[in-house]
Design a protein around this ligand. Sequence first.
Ligand code: GLU
Ligand code: ZN
Length: 303
Amino acid sequence: MTPGYTGRFAPSPTGPLHAGSLLAALASWLDARAHSGRWLVRIEDLDTPRCVSGADAFILQQLAACGLQPDEPPLWQSARSSHYQLALTALQVAGMAYPCTCSRKDIAQALAAAGSSRPRHGELIYPGTCRQGVAQENSAARRPGPAWRFRTDLASRSSNPAWHWSDRRLGPQQQQLEAEVGDFVLLRADGLWAYQLAVVVDDAAQSVTHVVRGEDLADNTVRQIALQAALGMLTPIYLHTPLVRGPDGEKLSKQNGAQALDLRDPLAALQEAATALGLGEVKGNTADALATWVAQWRSVWGA
Ligand code: GLU
Ligand code: ZN
């Protein structure tokens, strides 16, 4: 029993659940149940061009078929703009956020001029061009936006620019936020809220104490911890689970052939996820299987 434990599963409704997303759902649910905690579901439908209509309802149906019921009605991020705006305003007032009108080309040119253009996961590391104000020619050109960026140089708390954190599975982690990530976007030039800001605001609003999610998201954690610190929010405890790999060895996704999980046989899908999580083979019905895995969870994954 962990008093006040709140966990969550935060799917993006870009398609139905598949083996990879079910693993994150099951792991977060089991961790919550093993701690006698609450488990919430949040639909992360901010990136509207990537959302598929009806996918949210279908995901909830899939979770229900698997016996994974949230303890409160789900939250939809698309209904929460005013909360993200309040957080952005707080960062603006604190001088931690600034407008940026740079195009990709501007960023590439600024990096080339500074003699560094090493991309990170295919993304250019923003060199902070607009920290001192937006260039005149850009504001005059009436580009869309501006985007709002977070000042990673001011976020670092000491002369040591590395942020340290610890993951329950991966152990001690660190990242130099300014050098490795750069001033990241909070509000995009097209008006969409960025995942980093929304996830931090909502984890705090839902009093999330424990985040259990796929390892592909581990690299975002320092951005989220830095935002939590800047906004005076508590940092949850993180556990990043192993990923289900596709035939190409990459994280399983619709692009490399992930199948929507079969609602006619939820136990088979759950068993596959449980096996990937190091839990045992279970016969019987879904409820029995879940109860067995809850009992096994702590000895495999700790407190
Ligand atoms: N919506 C994100 C995804 O589906 C998950 C975000 C999170 O768990 O922090 O990849
Ligand atoms: Zn800029």
